[in-house]
Design a protein around this ligand. Structure first.
Ligand code: HEC
Length: 104
């Protein structure tokens, strides 16, 4: 019985820990690859805005689906570099989720 409770709490611990790790990874990824143009808050740095980067919080970006944002990241858009082959699909998906959290 004791062992069962142990296993269960371990499982719960793991389940709680995994998404937190993924979120950390996305934040680190964003910081190292995207922040230079998009800024820490997603509004775009001066250089990014000059290239045409839009505020991630703007309605134009917010109304796009996750798939559209993932596609822009994968294939590039305007002056935005493409990340196909540089980031995995999972990394792109998690960084798109991260962009959404910048809204707040
Ligand atoms: C060299 C500067 C630069 C870097 C680095 C960069 N971006 Fe961009 N990004 C842009 C520009 C400029 C646009 C606007 C493209 C357009 O609409 O012409 C853009 C657009 C986007 C869009 C589409 C939103 C829209 O305006 O419709 C997404 C999503 C995006 N970037 C995500 C990312 C992610 C994720 C990273 C990091 C992995 C990243 N970008 C790195 C410059 C950059």
């Amino acid at each position: 019985m004791k062992a069962m409770i142990c296993t269960m709490s371990l499982g719960m611990l793991l389940a709680a820990a995994i998404p937190a790790v993924a979120a950390d990874d996305a934040a680190a990824l964003y910081k190292s690859k995207c922040q230079v143009c998009h800024g820490a808050d997603g509004k775009g740095t001066a250089a990014g805005q000059k290239m045409g980067a839009k505020d991630f919080q703007s309605p134009e970006v917010a109304k796009q689906s996750d798939a559209e944002l993932a596609k822009a990241t994968k294939e590039g858009k305007g002056k935005m570099p493409k990340y196909d082959g540089k980031l995995t699909k999972e990394q792109i998906d998690s960084v798109v989720q991260f962009i959404r959290t910048l809204k707040k």
